[in-house]
Design a protein around this ligand. Structure first.
Ligand code: PLP
Length: 338
């Protein structure tokens, strides 16, 4: 570990590390394992498919230095598979799971001293897949780049979980049926920046998007999945193609069922959600963020006095406990760095 680095100052932001991984493929050639090189800028054609038409995907996952003093990944195979589904949707050659996982291991091993001490955060791993070859007409690029960089990030909540205030977006939607909302396409994110910024200026932490067809059911919270809990039953929007299939979402569903809770994946109407007992959103970055209030059409609904709910806290402790190896990994989710 970097002895001189101030681990307590880490937030969720970019700290450049030493080494990145990169590999490219031309046309229909199979992917070949890539190589490590110093972290830095990459040369690219001004006509690259990703720059002109947004043919690109990203992933986000974490490696943890655990209390058992080893470095583990959390379900990296799921990120590999999700990127393959995204590649299919954006007409890019999917990176084989074995190359993806091997690349993740290599780049984290090469930057091991940047993995924060137990409890001080995690190493965030950011794979990218993009059409890097030049193309002028709107069509798939002639060549592709798969690269991974890593950066240490701090714990999302310093000094305990705090509940966030959210605003339902009345004028914007994140995804439409048949679109690309179900994959981590880079182009899905820029349109959310304006609504998100406007909500932040009004004092909210993020926006909640409703479905584009009926504008009545909750889909996602910015770039995180949504859950609410009523009478000890968990409700979360079902994966209909407009919702990003979060790996944290899937893990929480499995954990909650394992704890004996009923979990319903379905249509979660905003009118129902605002009357729930607890609500939270989830994703790799924050794991679980308790929701303190939701404002819809000027009406603010508060959950449990604005403090994190009991079941929300239970699930947060379990999931982070598994990731830190203080709870048993009952589902075999941890993938140790070889
Ligand atoms: C990445 C992402 C999530 C969370 O997925 P995790 O695999 O849990 O990190 C949720 N929604 C959107 C839109 C995302 O991009």
């Amino acid at each position: 570990m970097h002895e001189s680095f101030d681990w307590d100052s880490l937030t969720f932001s970019l700290t450049p590390t030493d080494t990145m991984y990169i590999t490219t493929t031309e046309g229909d050639e199979p992917w070949m394992p890539g190589e490590l090189q110093p972290y830095g800028d990459i040369p690219m054609s001004p006509a690259a498919g990703v720059l002109n038409y947004g043919q690109g995907l990203f992933e986000g996952m974490k490696a943890f230095r655990t209390s058992a003093n080893r470095i583990v990944f959390f379900r990296p195979e799921e990120n590999a598979r999700r990127m393959q589904r995204g590649a299919d949707r954006l007409k890019m050659p999917p990176v084989p799971e074995s190359i993806f996982v091997d690349a993740v291991e290599q780049v984290v091993a090469a930057n091991q001293h940047w993995v924060p001490p137990t409890g001080k955060g995690a190493m965030y791993v950011r794979p990218l897949l993009m059409g890097s070859g030049p193309v002028l007409g709107v069509k798939p690029a002639p060549s592709y780049t798969f690269l991974i960089y890593v950066t240490p990030v701090g714990p999302y909540f310093k000094g305990g979980m705090n509940a966030i205030d959210l605003l339902i977006s009345e004028h914007h939607h994140r995804a439409a049926p048949g679109g690309s909302g179900g994959v981590k396409a880079i182009g899905n994110y820029a349109p959310g920046m304006k609504p998100s910024k406007e909500a932040k200026e009004l004092g909210y932490a993020e926006v909640i998007y409703l479905d584009a067809e009926t504008h009545s059911a909750i889909e996602e919270v910015g770039a995180a999945n949504f859950f609410c809990i009523k009478d000890k039953v968990l409700y979360t929007p079902e994966l209909t193609g407009t919702i990003l299939p979060g790996i944290t979402r899937d893990s929480i569903i499995q954990l909650a069922r394992h704890q004996g809770y009923e979990v319903v994946e379905g249509n979660v109407l905003a009118d129902f959600a605002v009357q729930a007992d607890e609500a939270f959103c989830c994703g790799t970055a924050a794991v679980i963020s308790p929701i303190g209030s939701i404002t819809h059409n000027g009406v603010k609904s508060v959950y449990g006095g604005g403090t994190p709910g009991k079941i929300t806290t239970e699930l947060y402790n379990l999931l982070t406990g598994i990731q830190n190896e203080t709870e048993e990994d009952v589902f075999g989710w941890l993938h140790p760095l070889p």
